[in-house]
Design a protein around this ligand. Structure first.
Ligand SMILES: [Zn+2]
Length: 478
């Protein structure tokens, strides 16, 4: 049975959706103020995998993720560039969608944009005012009245003092009755983008966007609400306050938070200049290398991206696809065996790992052991079994969105990358290999070594297969 760590109760609990096999899941998406970095990719990969595993386990999942496409940061950025903020956000969202597709993750059931739901947000805010949970100011802003919601602070486990320390006090917002109150609607500044509202021209606050969009597409009660753990306060605390004040019902049954991404042990920050952009990563590595690196971590803990980690995992992914390509070639037309013990074990252990709060770290660690077993089957020429195990790995690890690529093409792509990096052409590698074979056939091993060493310097290795055939390969990594 699936157990998930619920941040709401701080316990690992059996997963029981509100409505049988139907799961309603919302995850906070990206503010389209700049290009996606690895932290955005981490969250998107994690919740895509969670959704996918739930479906693999027999649930019907409706997964909603949003884009915040109007926000102070977007307005500032667009102003710097001298462009329209909506068009700027549009461009960023298109870029991120394309990158996520290249990364090999699926779009959510609904990808909602804040600007498409402004009317719903205004209605939400008005309903909160009507119920006495919010108040407009003479300046055209609307605030949530935190004192009217006694449960406030419970989710993030904060006392009133801590809330104030979190920076809320530093905001200078005239008309605000209490430092803890937060904006539901903000009046538009000079030349700022705005929508008309009962309180004058303005735009929604960030927190109300998620409450409105999740309710619009999923209803008043969610099974899962996800996001990065940096959103627990104030964002998720505020979402709960707004939503539960409006409906009187529990907003989400399970709250799941992913850890944050660190680079060489440090938080990513503009001042350190250590951010890793997803677009840059995708130029260097295929989607499996990136996803596997992210999934080798358990999602709740922070992930530390050390120098060279992608290169090292590229080698592992390359080896798996080489093995798959070899099986495809050797076992063309071979029917897969049935009742394979190893295949049953792979399925069982995968479910065990994932049922334990989506333990992708264990699932990925197990994969390397299975690949060793599969290599042995190929070496023993047990091809029917090998085909079955390969198919099982593709099926099971496909849930993690891994091993879905075409083996021969992936191997070719990685080889081409390293030929290019090393400044070697395929023709050169082929002809040098032929020379090496000639020297060896002539028993001129000294001559053969000269050729081989010269190519090894360029990152190309020569080897012979069991049957005696020779081939060249690339050395992965810098
Ligand atoms: Zn949100």
């Amino acid at each position: 049975m699936l157990k998930v760590y619920n941040v709401l109760t701080r316990n690992k609990e059996p997963f029981v959706p509100l409505d049988g096999k139907n799961v309603k899941m919302y995850a906070c998406g990206i503010t389209a103020s700049g290009s996606a970095h690895i932290g955005h990719a981490y969250q998107a990969v994690i919740f895509d995998v969670i959704r996918n595993y739930l479906e693999y386990s027999g649930y019907n999942v409706t997964y909603v993720r949003n884009y915040t496409d109007v926000d102070d940061k977007i307005i500032i950025k667009a102003r710097e560039l001298g462009v329209n903020p909506i068009e700027y956000a549009e461009k960023i969202m298109a870029e991120i969608d394309a990158q996520f597709e290249q990364l090999g993750i699926c779009p959510p059931t609904v990808c909602s944009r804040a600007t498409e739901c402004i009317g719903d947000m205004i209605a939400f805010v008005q309903a909160l005012i009507d119920k006495g949970y919010a108040y407009p100011t003479e300046y055209g802003d609307v605030y949530f009245k935190v004192d009217a919601f006694p449960e406030y602070g419970k989710f993030s486990n904060r006392t009133a003092g801590e809330e104030l320390l979190s920076g809320v006090r530093n905001e200078t917002e005239p008309g605000k009755l209490n430092d803890r109150d937060f904006a539901l609607w903000k009046h538009a500044g000079d030349d700022e983008i705005f929508w008309d509202s009962p309180w004058g021209p303005g735009r929604p606050g960030w927190h109300i966007e998620c409450s409105t969009m999740s309710m619009k597409f999923l209803g008043e009660e969610l099974d899962i609400h996800g996001g990065g753990k940096d959103l627990i306060f104030p964002h998720h605390e505020n979402e709960i306050a707004q939503s539960e004040a409006l409906t009187g019902k529990q907003f989400a049954k399970y709250w799941l938070h992913n850890g944050l991404v660190k680079v060489n042990g440090q938080k990513m920050s503009k001042s350190l200049g250590n951010g890793i952009l997803l677009g840059d990563l995708l130029k260097d590595f295929n989607g499996d290398v990136i996803k596997m690196t992210l999934l080798m971590n358990s999602y709740r803990s922070d992930i530390n991206i050390m120098d060279g980690i992608f290169d090292s995992n590229e080698g592992k992914i390359y080896d798996i696809y080489k093995l798959f390509a070899k099986i495809d070639k050797l076992a063309e037309g071979v029917e897969p065996a049935t009742g394979c013990e190893l295949s049953a074990k792979i399925r069982r252990e995968f479910t065990e790992a994932m049922d334990n709060d989506f333990n992708t770290a264990l699932a990925v660690a197990n994969l390397f052991g299975y690949v060793n077993e599969l290599t042995k089957l190929v070496n023993k020429n047990m091809l029917a079994e090998a085909v079955d195990v390969k198919n099982t790995l593709k099926e099971v690890y496909g849930v993690l969105r891994l091993l879905n690529m075409d083996p021969a093409e992936t191997v070719r792509g990685t080889k081409e990358k390293y030929l290019r990096l090393n400044g070697v052409t395929k023709e050169e590698a082929d002809s040098r290999l032929a020379e090496w074979v000639e020297f060896r056939n002539a028993k001129d091993f000294a001559g053969a070594d000269v050729v081989r060493n010269a190519m090894a310097e360029k990152g190309i290795v020569f080897a012979t297969e069991r049957g005696g055939g020779s081939y060249w390969d690339v050395k992965i990594g810098k």
